[in-house]
Design a protein. Structure first.
Lengths: 197, 197
DNA sequence: CGATAACCTGTCTAACCTGTCTAATACTTA
DNA sequence: TAAGTATTAGACAGGTTAGACAGGTTATCG
């Protein structure tokens, strides 16, 4: 979990860092200190709690860190819904974009951890989406999983263009989940492990 | 994400800071407070919104901080280029989005001051774009000028849905510039005034 | 038109929070 | 490891707050 320095916290809520230190000294804001010079470190959760407590608007960059959403970009509703069910079942937050406008909008508002992208859509160029994700600094670190029924050549091009992984259709749900789990670096709650509990 | 103190806001609109505090207390102007003494902090967006609401001219320093870009959303390249030339000629920064994906992406990355929107596009629903702009808090204050060759009914619906103004095609360049100038609250450098200098 | 009332704005006060500046030094990065 | 950047505490100057009061503007009515 990320922590903030006084300077970072000050910049985030638009005050001087000296003021942030005084809030900490007064016990208004929870922080811990480093042994050396006594630098303050503020946990993001504590900072958000402090902002909420005082009804100070929470800056966007803070909210991003908590999101672990998967964005499915596919123009075929049935296909998208299939992804949705499979991923939802293992506890992921899933959002669907059925067209180009929604794809663009949801990429930037959600800043998903993972994008599942269909390359072949009638009104949206999948490569363009991929290139945009890789060129936009706000989307740095977003993983892209390309799923396509096209030739291996096209899939190789997708990897070249920055896709983190590709899946050639058809593929099993388990193959999808394995790939998602690997890309997001998380253990998914599969039905098997769910039963163990 | 800059914020203003009561003193700064007061100086910007030429009143006493005591008056600004009273506006906040009455709920006319949105602001939050710092925990220490209860100092007010006003977000620039909220301040601009307040000024517009009360038809107070927006001071230059504030306009500099907010982007003065115009985003043209139109799928017909020739039409879009026509807008581009006309608006560029009077000194505006203009960006074109030819498809849904670009429309979504450029809306959120540029946060344009004005959007010129064609309602009738084959693969993008103009109304959906309009509704999104009005529902997204990050796009608060964005002006929308709908240009369409459709019936007056449709234009009325656009106004209902939140468009700031509509232009029925065909229209002259001057009509376009007048409307843009009014919506952006700026004086445009037309060729006539340029010649006078 | 003129008078009254209602209300908003500007001024003043004391208290105290916030921003700025400093030198020393720990932390971070190449 | 070394250079560069960021953070700390203290002191001081400046800004902001709430309350009370006076001056000015607008609205209503005779």
């Amino acid at each position: 979990m990320k922590t903030l320095t006084t300077g970072e916290a000050a910049a985030l809520c638009g005050v001087n860092f000296r003021t942030v230190i005084r809030w900490i000294e007064k016990g208004l804001l929870v922080a811990h200190r480093l042994p050396g010079r006594g630098d303050h470190r503020i946990q993001v959760d504590d900072f958000i709690h402090f902002l909420e407590e005082n009804k100070i608007p929470i800056p966007e960059p803070l909210l991003e860190t908590s999101r672990q959403t998967v964005l499915v970009i596919d123009d075929e509703p049935e296909v998208a819904r299939a992804y949705f069910r499979t991923l939802k079942r293992v506890g992921l937050e899933v959002v669907i974009a059925n067209d180009g406008f929604n794809a663009g909008v949801k990429l930037l508002t959600l800043k998903p951890a993972l994008v599942i992208l269909d390359l072949k859509m009638p009104n949206v160029d999948g490569f363009q989406v991929l290139q945009f994700i890789r060129s936009e600094s706000a989307l740095k670190g977003v993983k892209v999983l390309v799923a396509s029924g096209q030739s291996h050549e096209v899939l190789a091009q997708a990897l070249e263009a920055g896709a983190n992984a590709v899946l050639a259709k058809p593929f099993t749900n388990q193959a999808l989940l394995d790939e998602v789990s690997r890309l997001m670096r998380i253990k998914l709650v599969t039905s098997a492990t769910a039963l163990e509990e």
